[in-house]
Design a protein around this ligand. Structure first.
Ligand code: ATR
Length: 284
């Protein structure tokens, strides 16, 4: 039940109907018995600037921003945290005294998911290989540099996009050719292998990736979470590598926003994971 004092947040995207964020925040709002709501905001790109600038006037605490608005929100925020500046995109906005404060919690979500579920823990003394060079790759590279990894290799079908990221993030980042992604130069001495492409997602082409050159201790993770265990994760698991699925990244990236808007630090519990998984199973 909402009173006239209810706190309002939401997610702006186009389309937004697929977003799991209203369910996720709704779970936490109910768990903490908060007088607040989190709603889907389907905003066409043509209307984004007007809708975004109206949020403080409508009394919103803040919003999440999803595809295709993250770069536009970055350009329109009144101020930005370091992660948003480095990533060039905003996924979480907090409204304070009428000002739109942008942050990016995708890299935080990625790393918290590994911390939460990886056993053995990620070896941060070793290199990482990132498959893909889109927005998700960018936030993950930021998080891994922040965590102190000595080298980050990127491989992408369109090599120029990988080279662009190497330029942005500097000498810790090197580029490996997409055709060599299973070779020793890509997989040798690796602590972490991450798929950030859409390959392997339900309805998308498979990710073809030979793992013969991978150390059995290398942690393998995928940001794709539908299916939860992708072919990459299954192949890695079958040869004894530790794996972490991608659902937790979505859950953990939501924590900082919820805490800022509603004043309670939420937990990513097994019950929450199961709640989201049950919903995903109902839909498929
Ligand atoms: P996001 O912001 O979610 O990371 P994106 O910017 O669209 O999304 O990036 C999608 C990634 O999946 C890119 O690295 C893309 O490769 P390109 O840069 O070459 O487009 C990768 N990807 C998508 N379909 C692919 C395919 N069929 N083969 C190889 N890579 C693919």
């Amino acid at each position: 039940m909402l009173t006239g004092k209810a706190k309002i947040a939401g997610v702006m995207g186009w389309p937004v109907g697929h977003s799991l964020s209203p369910l996720l925040h709704g779970f936490w709002l109910a768990q903490h018995k908060i007088d607040g709501t989190y709603i889907p905001l389907a905003v066409h790109p043509e209307n984004f600037e007007q809708a975004f600038r109206a949020l403080p006037k409508l009394g919103f605490q803040g919003v999440n921003i999803t595809v295709p608005h993250k770069e536009k929100a970055f350009a329109l925020c009144d101020d930005l945290d370091d992660a948003a500046k480095a990533i060039g995109a905003v996924n979480t906005v907090h409204i304070v005294d009428g000002m739109l404060r942008g942050s990016n919690t995708d890299g935080f979500g990625f790393f918290e998911n590994l911390r939460d579920r990886a056993d053995p823990k990620l070896n941060t003394q070793k290199s990482a290989l990132i498959l893909g060079a889109g927005g998700a790759a960018r936030s993950i590279i930021y998080a891994l540099i922040d965590a102190g990894l000595p080298e980050i290799r990127i491989t992408n079908r369109t090599r120029a996009r990988a080279e662009m990221l190497a330029q942005v993030f500097g000498p810790l980042v090197t580029v490996v050719d997409w055709d060599d992604r299973g070779g020793p130069a890509a997989l040798g001495s690796l602590g972490l292998l991450v798929n950030t492409t859409s390959l392997g997602m339900t309805g998308q082409p498979p990710l073809e990736m030979a793992l013969d050159n991978l150390d059995p201790k290398t942690l393998v993770t995928d940001i794709v979470y539908a299916p939860l265990i992708t072919d990459l994760l299954r192949s890695a698991q079958d040869r004894g590598n530790p794996i972490v699925d991608g659902l937790g990244m979505l859950l953990h990236q939501a924590r900082p926003g919820f805490e800022k808007w509603f004043g309670k630090a939420p937990m990513v519990s097994p019950k929450l994971r199961q709640f989201i998984l049950d919903h995903m199973a109902q839909k498929s």
